[in-house]
Write a protein that binds this ligand. Structure first.
Ligand SMILES: *Cc1c(COP(=O)(O)O)cnc(C)c1O
Length: 428
C-alpha cells in the first residue's frame, strides 16, 4: 500500500440547483426598503442612498424589487448599449464562460485578438496587417485613461493640457486630468504636470500647448459636465495645435464611443485622427471592459514591463465587446441612434415646456437644459412616473438610453415628460 495516499473527495462539479441559484442571485424576494437598509449597512456610502433596488431587465425596461417597471432612459450610465438581457450578448458571454473564462495575460485568447483588430478597423487605422495601431485592454474607463496617461509620460515630456469640466475617471492619474476641482482637491497631491484650460476655446489651447507638452486630453462631448458638445472645429484645431508641438492628442471616448453619438466614434465627425482613443462604457454592454487604443508610433510607447493588468482583455469581456460591435453592425444600430436621437431632441423642443431651456448633445447622449436648478426633482418625479433619467447637474437632465431604443419607446418618454416637468416645477 502507498502510504502517501490521501483520501479526499473529488471537487464537486455540479451546476447550482434551483435553490442554490435562487440563494446566489439574491434569495427570497424582499421589499426595496429592506434591501436598502442592508445596503446602507454593508456598502461604503460613495453614492448616497440609491433610489431603487433593481432586480430584472429586458430590452429598454427594468423592474424594481417591488415589481414596478421603468423605462430606462439612462442605460446604466451609457453602458447598456444593447439594453438589458440582450439574447445575442447573453448567448455569446455564456458560451465563452462555459468554454474558457479567464487566462492570465501570459497567454493570449482568440476573442481578445479579434476584438483588438475590430476596434482598430472601426477606428479606421487598420491596414488589415495590424501595423497601424495597437490596443491595451482594461476593465474600466478610468483604467483606459491611466494607460493613456502612461503613454503620454513615455514621450519623455510631463506637461498635459486638459479641460475645465472634463471628466476622465476617479483613479489618481485620471483624477489629475479631471477638470472638476471639488473632486480633485481632497486627493492632492496628484500626478503633477496637468494644466486645465476652458473647454471649447481653441485660443486657450493654442496658448497653453508648447514644445514641453506631452499630450492634450479632450472629450468630444463632455458628458459629466452636463452634456456639452465641443464647438465645430475645436477638435480639428486641437489636432493641429498638438501636431505643431509634437504633442499627442488623446480623445476620451469612454462615454461617447461605440455608437453613442450615432457614429462608432464621436470624433469621426471632426475628420481627425487622434494619437490615442479611450473607450469603455458601451463596449461590453454591461460586462466590464475598456480599451486604450493608440495609433501609429504612439502604439509602441508602452513595451514589456511598462504596464499591465490581471483582468484586462479577459476572454469573457472580449467576447462581450465583440457581441456588442456585431449587434450594432448587424442591426444598423448607428442609424437607429441617429433617428431616435433626433426624434427625442425634436420631441422635447416641440413640447415647448416652460421649464426647458434647450436640448444639447448628439445621437443618444442628450442633455435637457432647465431654466431652474430642479434637475434632481425632475429625476425623482420621473422615477415616480416609471422613467429613469439622470440629473447630471442641477440644471441638466441627461439621457443615455440603450442604443436600441425604439421610436415608440422615445414617444413613451415624450408623452410622460410634461407631467414629470410639471411635478418637478411645483416642487422646486
Ligand atoms: C465614465 C467616464 C470615465 C470613467 O469611466 P469608469 O469606467 O467609471 O472608470 C472616463 N471618462 C469619461 C469621459 C467618462 O464618461
Amino acid at each position: 500500500m502507498n502510504d502517501t495516499h490521501v483520501d479526499v473527495a473529488e471537487p464537486d462539479q455540479r451546476a447550482a440547483s434551483p435553490a442554490e441559484l435562487s440563494g446566489l442571485t439574491g434569495g427570497a424576494p424582499l421589499a426595496s426598503d429592506t434591501w436598502l437598509d442592508r445596503y446602507s449597512g454593508a456598502l461604503m456610502n460613495t453614492f448616497g442612498r440609491p433610489q431603487r433596488v433593481l432586480v430584472r431587465g429586458e430590452g429598454c425596461y427594468v423592474w424594481d424589487a417591488d415589481g414596478r417597471r421603468y423605462l430606462d432612459m439612462l442605460g446604466g450610465l451609457a453602458v447598456n448599449a444593447l439594453g438589458h438581457a440582450h439574447p445575442l450578448l447573453v448567448s455569446a458571454v455564456t458560451s465563452q464562460l462555459a468554454t474558457l473564462g479567464h487566462v492570465s495575460n501570459f497567454f493570449a485568447s482568440p476573442p481578445q485578438i479579434a476584438l483588438a483588430e475590430r476596434l482598430l478597423e472601426l477606428l479606421g487605422v487598420s491596414d488589415g496587417k495590424g501595423a497601424a495601431g495597437r490596443v491595451f485592454f482594461t476593465n474600466s474607463g478610468t483604467e483606459a485613461n491611466e494607460a493613456a496617461f502612461k503613454i503620454a509620460r513615455k514621450t519623455g515630456r510631463t506637461k498635459i493640457v486638459a479641460t475645465d469640466g472634463g471628466f476622465h475617471g476617479r483613479t489618481m492619474g485620471a483624477l489629475a486630468l479631471t477638470g472638476k476641482p471639488s473632486i480633485r482637491e481632497p486627493f492632492e497631491p496628484l500626478p503633477a504636470g496637468v494644466v486645465h484650460v476652458p473647454f471649447g476655446d481653441a485660443e486657450a489651447l493654442r496658448t497653453a500647448v508648447d514644445d514641453e507638452t506631452a499630450a492634450v486630453v479632450l472629450e468630444p462631448v463632455q458628458g459629466e459636465a452636463g452634456v456639452v458638445p465641443a464647438p465645430a472645429g475645436y477638435l480639428a484645431a486641437a489636432r493641429e495645435i498638438a501636431t505643431r508641438h509634437g504633442a499627442l492628442l488623446i480623445i476620451d471616448e469612454v462615454q461617447t464611443g461605440i455608437g453613442r453619438t450615432g457614429a462608432w466614434f464621436a470624433h469621426a465627425a471632426d475628420g481627425i485622427v487622434p494619437d490615442v482613443v479611450t473607450v469603455a462604457k458601451g463596449l461590453g454592454g454591461g460586462i466590464p471592459i475598456g480599451a486604450c487604443i493608440a495609433v501609429g508610433d504612439t502604439a509602441e510607447l508602452l513595451g514589456p514591463g511598462s504596464h499591465g493588468t490581471t483582468f484586462g482583455g479577459n476572454p469573457v469581456a472580449a467576447v462581450a465587446g465583440l457581441a456588442v460591435l456585431h449587434a450594432i453592425e448587424r442591426d444598423d444600430v448607428l442609424g437607429n441612434v441617429r433617428t431616435v436621437g433626433r426624434h427625442l431632441e425634436d420631441g422635447v423642443h416641440a413640447l415647448g415646456h416652460p421649464l426647458v431651456s434647450g436640448v444639447r448633445g448628439r445621437g443618444l447622449l442628450l442633455g435637457i437644459g432647465l431654466n431652474r436648478a430642479v434637475a434632481p426633482q425632475v429625476a425623482a418625479a420621473a422615477l415616480d412616473a416609471g422613467v429613469i433619467v439622470n440629473p447630471v447637474n442641477t440644471e441638466t437632465v441627461r439621457l443615455a438610453p440603450p442604443l436600441i431604443l425604439t421610436v415608440a419607446q422615445a414617444d413613451e418618454f415624450l408623452a410622460a415628460l410634461p407631467k414629470i416637468l410639471d411635478a418637478a416645477g411645483e416642487d422646486g
